[in-house]
Design a protein around this ligand. Structure first.
Ligand code: ZN
Length: 241
């Protein structure tokens, strides 16, 4: 059975719809940050509720519904949290509020937004943070988001290696190793490629495959402009940074 691992949709409905069209009937796990930054929070939450069988909370989801303090967020992120808060329909608001911070939907898989040490806040951006999550990891695999950067950390014995993911290339996982795997971001990629990013996990072949999907960036940007969202958030979608 194949599972699509998606993360950081960030209220970008054009990117999300383009990804879902490619995923088709595969099962979907969502690693949080459904909302924040983008202009279409309700549409994205509704589609996640319809399509994803397992969903966990991101900092922007909780930030937008008052579950966490957002004073540490950037000015732009705070602005969009308030924008999202004011627009979310009541049932979507309650849905986000009730999300769990981690999940283990299969025996060998853990899902978290940031890291296992701090599920909502910590960025796994290097070996030190990766090691602290490996210490807490109880399954062979952990899928995480938050950094918006597709990457794999592999721990075999005491050796930690960092691997990139190549688009459309199956990477066969080592059953003797453990992994922290990030699928990148759907709605606000930050690796210099503006296309939406997600991952296919094949539990049978024990492999992962990175997917990139082009979407109508200028349409999203026009909606953001109309909604008076901060210009830097609009511009960054063009370059994927
Ligand atoms: Zn995010």
């Amino acid at each position: 059975m194949k599972t699509a691992i998606i993360s950081d949709i960030h209220s970008n409905i054009e990117a999300f719809e383009a990804v879902l069209a490619q995923i088709g009937k595969d099962k979907v796990y969502c690693l949080g940050d459904i909302v924040g930054y983008g202009p279409n929070p309700n549409e994205c939450v509704e589609l996640v509720r319809e399509k994803a069988c397992v969903v966990i909370a991101g900092n922007h989801d909780f930030g937008s519904v008052g579950q966490i303090d957002i004073s540490g967020f950037t000015k732009e992120a705070q602005f969009v949290c308030r924008f999202t808060h004011d627009r979310l329909a009541l049932d979507n608001f309650s849905y986000l509020k009730e999300l769990f911070e981690t999940a283990s939907p299969q025996d060998n898989v853990t899902l978290v937004h940031g890291s296992l040490k701090s599920p909502l806040f910590q960025y796994i951006l290097g070996q030190k943070a990766a090691r602290s999550s490996f210490k807490l990891l109880k399954t062979p695999l952990c899928f995480f988001g938050h950094t918006h950067l597709p990457i794999i950390y592999k721990l075999k014995g005491r050796k930690l290696t960092v691997e990139g993911l190549v688009e459309d290339e199956n990477l066969f996982l080592d059953k003797e190793a453990r992994y922290l795997i990030n699928p990148g971001s759907i709605g606000q990629p930050r690796d210099g490629d503006p296309r939406a990013s997600y991952l296919i996990f094949d539990n049978k072949n024990y492999s992962v495959c990175l997917k990139r999907v082009a979407y109508n960036v200028s349409k999203t940007q026009k909606t953001m402009l109309k909604a008076n969202l901060p210009q830097p958030l609009i511009s960054r979608l063009t370059v994927g940074q």
